[in-house]
Every structure is written in C-alpha cells, then in structure tokens.
Design a protein around this ligand. Structure first.
Ligand SMILES: [Mg+2]
Length: 219
C-alpha cells in the first residue's frame, strides 16, 4: 500500500454531523447543548463524554433514528469517486470520533466496505445509543476513543503518500502531521488552521478532495 487517504466521516464525508442532528431533531430543548459543548471545548469533559451524554438521551425508536441518517447527506456520487480513487491506487481509511452504529450503516447503504476505525455504538429502547470505547484498537485514545493522530502516524511510517481530510477538533493534530499539500479541511478545523497560518486545501464536498487527488495523477 503506497497511497492512503485518511478521512473523517461526520461533516467530511457527510454534509451534516450525526450529533448535531440528534440535538436539533431528537433532543431539541431537552438538553442545554451549548453548555455541554462549551465544557468540552474548555477541556472539562472529553469528546467521548459529550457524545455519550447526548446519545444516551435519545428517546425515539431505532427506525426513526435510522431515518434521521438521511439528513446527514452522504453524497450519492461518493461511491463512484471512491471506486475511482481505488482504481488509481488509493487505500481509503475512515477515522471517526462518532460510532459504528451509524457510520457502518451509511457505508453499507451506499455499497461501501472501507477500513473503519471508530467507537462502538449499540442502540437500546431504554438507553438510547450506548457508546463504548474501542479498547481493542491499536489506535485507542482515552479522550476521543480513536486517535486520528495515531492512525496518521501509523500510515506515515508505512506509506509514500498520506492524505487527510477533516472538519473538526479531533482532526486538527492529525492534519498538522500531514504535509500541507496533502491536507484537506473545512469547517472548524479550516478556521483553526487559518488562525495558525498553516496551509491546507479547503473543500466543500468530499468528492472535491477525490477529484483533486485524481487530477494529480493525470497532471
Ligand atoms: Mg467531523
């Protein structure tokens, strides 16, 4: 394996994030989301703790929660671009600080079987979506569950070319390890890299990253 494309899932491969949809469409006024998220940004609680808290409050039937996944807006053309990248020799690795309950469902709905590193999630009628950390993973991290930084380090040691795409706080340290021309960023992490005067390529849709990598091949 020579070329690896490591990608975040929520807000990167999808337009919208699962936890945000849980807050806006399921929990609504039940939870003071700003307070909890602020506590996470200040470092008082971990990313895993804030997500676990939100997900544990989910109180709708599983089929309704599955229906909500459509609102994440996984682009219908993405499977095509993934196949094109694979044909061009790219191995795609999905690294998510969310959980497999929804990531795996969306990938399967789109006919995709990709290398995936994330937390485990089990739905129960009584306790919402229960998150557990992937203690068995070589990339285990106490704060996020999965360390995107460790995944990136692992592939940087093994491969000639490593590209990373992300949008959130858990993506920042991974992106900083990647050489500037191989960084794709949007959202919070793009703002942060700009503040740090760190170069990157911005993107709107994940498919833009794929097309950019494929155009390199023919350049
Ligand atoms: Mg994200």
């Amino acid at each position: 394996m020579k070329k690896v494309f490591i990608t975040d899932f929520d807000g990167t491969m999808t337009r919208n994030e699962f936890y945000q949809l849980v807050l806006t469409d399921v929990l609504k006024a039940q939870v003071n989301q700003d307070d909890e998220w602020e506590r996470y940004l200040k470092g008082e609680i971990t990313h895993f703790e804030v997500l676990s808290y939100y997900f544990s409050l989910i109180n709708i039937p599983e089929e309704k929660l599955i229906k909500l996944l459509e609102k994440m807006e996984f682009h219908p053309d993405t499977p095509h671009w993934i196949r094109e990248l694979e044909k061009a020799g790219w191995h795609i690795v999905v690294a998510s600080a969310g959980c497999d309950w929804y990531v795996r469902k969306i990938l399967l709905q789109n006919g995709l079987k990709l290398e995936l590193h994330t937390n485990h999630g089990i739905y129960s009628e009584k306790g919402g979506l229960h998150l557990t950390k992937p203690y068995d993973s070589p990339f285990y991290d106490e704060n996020v569950g999965i360390s995107k930084e460790k995944i990136t380090q692992h592939y940087l040691c093994q491969c000639e070319e490593v590209v990373y795409a992300g949008d959130g706080k858990p993506d920042l340290n991974a992106l900083l390890q990647i050489k500037p021309e191989n960084r794709f960023a949007r959202g919070w992490v793009a703002t942060e890299l700009t503040k740090m005067k760190e170069p990157f390529t911005s993107f709107d849709s994940w498919n833009d990253c794929a097309q950019s990598l494929l155009s390199r091949k023919t350049a």
